[in-house]
Design a protein around this ligand. Structure first.
Ligand SMILES: *Cc1c(COP(=O)(O)O)cnc(C)c1O
Length: 376
């Protein structure tokens, strides 16, 4: 066991380990496979992996942009000294536009009101407000209607303090086996783009692809792809397998904090939904629902390289496990909630299925109180 590993176990009850080499590898694999420029999407604390460390690793590996969803996320990167271009992909509250522009953060807009708010905010900052016009080609979430896009782009072009830096859209179904809905969105986006070109408007960065489209539709690449879930080595959806070369970066661990033999008939955890039916070895693990480990049945974890079942209700800060198959389990043993131990592995996909969700929600749901530890 390495020194760092010993320290982690001595310092934390539960923690996440992130292999930054896997992040760099996944960015490089994407660049090699597609030849496209990459925007590293690091919103939501880098899908739970930690935004600053992920952004830096992605840039090291050749990503040229970072994408975020909230102004605070953009400012966190800038305040940490990240110099790369950053795009605010989501809604920017008016009150924060000036600060974002003064910190050189590019902003997504889709209404004429956004444009005039950005022009007002940029005036007096001494900087140009860089805007990416978002078009709703079928996601039904954010963006200008395709037929309004040109009018809004011309408005941007007419503003003294604004730069029409980009044009983009977002796909609703790029992870479907059937690519035709995505191709229809692409057709729509290309019609908008040719109207722009006809009008002499040439946004420098045209972009559309999320991870799934990056891997399936070359026609969606344009000037850059926006790489989120695949950069973390995780599947866009249960039906969408990543190419073998992608590696998951995140493991989630905790400690075995008690091992006890309980006689038959003893209740375990709140509500006694589990009762020992014979003499049983029961362990306590230092992770709970407040850490993002969900309070529902069917959870498993790895101890001593074997799978064991969580028994009884998940508490706020701990869970109990059935250890009859692990006679040499000891207090202080490392417990793997997500990741590899010995020959066994629990993937984010497995947990996502168990919890009836997708792996994005599993890693985003690991709460802020769980420290993120990085290996280079
Ligand atoms: C989150 C997000 C992405 C990244 O999507 P993945 O499926 O995780 O690759 C790309 N673009 C926008 C606008 C997003 O919100």
């Amino acid at each position: 066991m390495g020194r760092q590993e010993t320290q982690t176990k001595e310092m934390h009850a539960t923690w996440v380990e992130i292999n930054l080499d896997a992040i760099r590898h996944n960015v490089e694999a994407t660049r090699k496979r597609t030849g496209a420029q990459v925007m590293a999407v690091v919103k939501a604390n880098g899908y739970g992996h930690g935004s600053v460390a992920i952004a830096r690793s992605a840039i090291q590996a050749g990503a040229v942009w970072c994408g975020v969803a909230r102004p605070e996320e953009a400012l966190e990167l800038r305040n940490d000294g990240l110099a790369a271009p950053i795009l605010m992909l989501g809604h920017t509250p008016t009150g924060l536009m000036r600060e974002l522009i003064s910190k050189d953060v590019s902003i997504a807009v889709w209404t004429s009101q956004h444009v005039s708010m950005a022009e007002n905010a940029a005036a007096g900052t001494g900087r140009v407000g860089r805007l990416h016009l978002k078009v709703d080609t079928g996601m039904g979430r954010l963006g200008a209607e395709p037929e309004e896009a040109l009018t809004i782009a011309r408005l941007i072009g007419g503003c003294r303090h604004l730069d029409f830096e980009g044009l983009f859209t977002h796909f609703a179904r790029a992870d479907d086996a059937d690519l035709s809905p995505t191709e229809r969105q692409l057709d729509c986006f290309e019609r908008v783009l040719s109207a722009f070109e006809g009008a002499g408007l040439h946004p420098r960065w045209v972009h559309a692809a999320n991870s799934a489209a990056t891997l399936t539709l070359r026609r969606s690449h344009f000037d850059m792809v926006r790489l989120g879930i695949a950069m973390y080595g995780l599947r866009p959806s249960h039906e969408f397998a990543l190419p073998d070369e992608y590696r998951p970066a995140l493991s989630w661990k905790a400690l075995l904090t008690r091992v006890v033999i309980l006689q038959a008939g003893r209740g375990v955890s709140y509500g006694h939904t589990y009762t020992t039916h014979k003499t049983e070895r029961i362990g306590t693990v230092s992770v709970g629902y407040a850490d993002g480990f969900r309070r529902q049945g069917g959870n498993q974890v790895l101890i001593g390289g074997r799978r064991v079942s969580v028994v009884g209700r998940v508490c706020m800060d701990q869970v109990m496990v059935q250890l009859d198959e692990i006679p040499d389990a000891h207090v202080g043993d490392e417990v793997v909630l997500l990741g590899v131990q010995g020959q066994e592995r629990i993937s984010a996909e497995e947990i996502a299925k168990r919890w009836g969700t997708i792996c994005h929600e599993v890693t985003c749901g690991i709460s802020a109180r769980v420290p993120r530890c990085y290996s280079l």
